[in-house]
Ligand binder design. Structure first.
Ligand code: ATP
Length: 319
């Protein structure tokens, strides 16, 4: 292998830049050349390539987003364009590819593997909804952003004796809601993986109110349903003044935490090492706190599961 390519695809996540930096520096350290592919598969099809040298990734380790930008490409879903994309990579002399993104992007990566181009996939998405790994780049930063918001909302909630419903990202997975909710001391955490009973949520609220609690925080993952409706229902059923905050895209931005930078750097360097070992069809993952490599096909077939022990703990701690 003499030249590799790197792209970021799907939703952006803080720490992607730290990963790009690690890929570039580890490659150059090992005598490889690196091509940056702009805007994911959309940029690949348009031939938007930039050479990446040591200096090109300077001063980005602390920045959110991705310098390579990212995109979702409907065009790339067509087989003819997948053939074209593989040809374009070949013409650019790219012998191995590193894809940083979500499971959709990894399905896209499979199309290159099927055409004989080795790909190493690195999980990068804030909501941790990728099967086969207990960590994704950007997740820790997002959890900390939500936690910061909870702390702020808590101040005003206490002053006004209000119930606050906070909606966080997570269409199909409640990891952000669960971890930020537990760390932020939320009363109830509503996640898509576990059906919820609004009567129980309200009972718990009233119980807390009766013993003199001045604030209540309810965390709702977006996949559960409309936080606005949930807030209205809670107010109607309990008579407690309720406010709803939808955190939205602030969860996607910000300077990555130390944890995200460390994992992003380790994963980036490891992806290069694997390409040097002539490996492909691998997804890097964190399992039991260790960096591991997984067969991409198997990883994509596994299920992303919520940590039920943690979920139960959140119930115990908010009685
Ligand atoms: P996130 O979870 O952060 O949104 P993602 O990688 O899952 O990230 P997607 O929008 O699902 O985001 O996928 C990114 C791109 O990957 C798509 O726009 C498409 O170009 C490509 N892609 C997704 N699924 C497939 C597939 N089954 N086959 C080929 N390409 C795919």
């Amino acid at each position: 292998v003499t030249r590799i390519g790197i792209l970021t695809s799907g939703g952006d996540a803080p720490g992607m830049n730290a990963c790009i930096r690690a890929v570039v520096r580890a490659s150059i350290y090992n005598g490889l050349k690196v091509t940056g592919i702009m805007r994911g598969y959309a940029g690949l099809l348009a031939g938007e390539f930039i050479p990446l040298d040591v200096g090109s990734v300077g001063d980005i380790i602390h920045r959110g987003g991705t310098i390579l930008r990212t995109a979702r490409s409907m065009e790339f879903m067509e087989k003819a364009n997948q053939d074209k994309a593989a040809t374009i990579l070949g013409q650019a002399g790219i012998e191995g590819l590193i894809v940083v993104g979500g499971d959709g992007s990894f399905r896209g990566a499979m199309t290159f593997i099927e055409r004989g181009i080795p790909v190493i996939c690195i999980p990068g998405t804030i909501d941790r909804d990728i099967p086969g790994t207990e960590y994704t780049i950007g997740f820790d930063t997002a959890v900390n952003t939500v936690l910061d918001a909870i702390n702020k909302i808590r101040d005003t909630a206490t002053s006004h004796d209000r119930t606050n419903v906070i909606e966080v990202m997570g269409r199909s997975s409640g990891h952000i809601a669960l971890q930020a909710g537990l760390a932020g001391g939320a009363e109830s955490i509503l996640v898509p993986e576990v059906p919820f009973d609004l009567d129980k949520v309200c009972l718990r609220l009233l119980r807390g109110h009766d013993r003199g609690k001045l604030h209540s925080i309810i965390l709702v993952a977006e996949g559960v349903g409309s936080a606005v409706k949930i807030g209205e229902n809670i107010e109607a059923r309990t008579g407690l003044e309720t406010r709803v905050t939808i955190l939205g895209h602030i969860q996607r931005g910000g300077s990555p935490t130390a944890l995200d930078r460390l994992w992003a750097s380790r994963m980036g360097a490891q992806a290069v090492a694997l390409l040097l070992q002539k490996k492909g069809a691998v997804m890097l993952a964190v399992e039991k706190g260790e960096l591991v490599e997984k067969d991409l096909v198997e990883a994509l077939q596994s299920k992303n599961e919520l940590d039920m022990g943690l979920y139960q703990l959140s119930g115990v701690l908010s009685i």
